[in-house]
Design a protein around this ligand. Structure first.
Ligand SMILES: Cc1ncc(COP(=O)(O)O)c(C=O)c1O
Length: 392
């Protein structure tokens, strides 16, 4: 029998959809995919070369659980120069993707029954990660423009609240929280003595002149009750390499190191050396990818807003849009009476062969998550297919 803990978790909706798509593709169905959660570009060659060099040099043994010192030193410099954050190498821990950083952070801070506030729409894994740590996820919705509703957030805090989880730029909404909203969250956390976990994995994917701000840089005193999570997956097109990190207080960094020591030992050794090359290789490769996403963002926003019943709010980050499709619920699409956004996503897949993820997976019913980690041609084809289905 599976344990009560695992029985209480939900399978990842995005992973399940991948399986459905693989089965359809195997049957020869030509699917246009706007469901991806990862950049569609290859890892920049200088990073790949650095990994190969490290392997040839024999970087194939265990490292300290927190990661090799030169990488933590490079991250300390990056956090200072790019994010205006002061973290010493001893306050930084490498993890197997940002995923492990978040789980480590939660396991290190949360006690059974503690509440963790998650703003919705939210990434699929957050509530289950909180449950793994024995905590209780408390879902608090954002406003129509996907910015935090500070009053609702304040009203959701109880004497059990331990932490607020902040993710800007946001998966799945693409929203970049304003500095005013980040300041308001930081002040609330300081006033109520709450931890803030800031997941900044999409920091480099930000458009139209917006700049990423780390919430902790706005209120440096928050550092004593904060964890910054970041990684290499999205910024450097390195999802399969599994490298992330957290920066936090000495105590939590130590706790996270103990966990890693027991669970994974360390991030793959030659990958850590490649991460140094990523950090030291300049921003040109990142900027190229960013500009590509920026062009696609405009294209897809316009395309989605041209569709009957779709309303996509303008957002400036990540590689997702979350159009409101609630106007189509109760209408007939492709001969089917649409009952929910989940149902609409199924009809789009079955009849237009376009894959998107229903907002229900991200605690935002009435919406769809549309990814533009896909070529302009793919985006145009998807819009054409959906338009044809809606106009049938
Ligand atoms: C918001 C958010 N945080 C964290 C992660 C995890 O990234 P990693 O590949 O570094 O584990 C993802 C990946 O989809 C994400 O969307």
């Amino acid at each position: 029998m599976v344990s009560n803990l695992v029985n209480g978790l939900n399978p990842s909706a995005t992973v399940e959809i991948q399986e459905t798509l693989a089965a359809l593709t195997a049957k020869g169905v030509d699917i246009v995919r706007l469901n991806a959660g990862e950049p569609d570009m290859p890892t920049p060659p200088h990073i790949v070369e650095a990994a190969i060099e490290a392997l040839k040099r024999g970087e194939t043994r265990y490292t300290p659980a927190s990661g090799i010192y030169p990488l933590r030193q490079a991250l300390s410099k990056k956090l200072k120069e790019q994010n205006n954050l002061d973290y010493e190498p001893s306050e930084i821990v490498l993890t197997t993707g940002a995923k492990q950083a978040i789980v480590n952070a939660l396991l290190s801070v949360v006690n059974p029954g503690d509440e963790v506030i998650i703003l919705t729409p939210a990434w699929v894994s957050y509530p289950d990660m909180v449950k793994i740590a024995g905590g209780k996820p408390v879902m608090v919705r954002t406003a129509d423009d996907y910015q935090p509703d500070i009053e609702l957030l304040r009203a959701s805090i109880t004497d059990k609240t331990k932490m607020i989880l902040v993710n800007s730029p946001n998966n799945p909404s693409g929203a970049v929280y304003t500095d005013e909203n980040l300041e308001a969250i930081a002040d609330l956390a300081l006033e109520r003595g709450l931890w803030v976990l800031s997941d900044e994995i999409y920091e480099k994917l930000i458009y139209h002149g917006r700049k990423h701000t780390s919430i902790i840089s706005l209120r440096p005193e928050l550092k004593e009750q904060a964890i910054v999570v970041n990684g290499f997956s999205k910024s450097y097109a390195m999802t399969g390499w599994r490298a992330g990190y957290l920066a936090t207080t000495k105590d939590i960094a130590k706790a996270s190191t103990v966990l890693t020591g027991h669970i994974t030992s360390n991030v793959t050794t030659f990958v850590q050396w490649a991460c140094i090359a990523a950090l030291e290789g300049g921003e040109a490769c990142i900027e190229d990818m960013r500009q590509t996403f920026e062009r696609r963002q405009l294209l897809i926003e316009k395309g989605l807003n041209s569709l009957h019943g779709f309303k996509a709010t303008h957002v400036d980050g990540a590689f997702y849009l979350m159009p409101d499709v609630s106007a189509l619920i109760g209408e007939t699409v492709g001969g089917e009476l649409i009952l929910s956004s989940k149902h609409l996503a199924k009809v789009l897949l079955d009849q237009a062969h376009v894959a998107v993820i229903p907002g229900e997976a991200f605690f935002a019913p009435g919406t769809l998550r549309v990814s533009y980690a896909a070529s302009e041609q793919t985006i145009e084809e998807a819009i054409r297919r959906i338009a044809a289905l809606l106009n049938k």
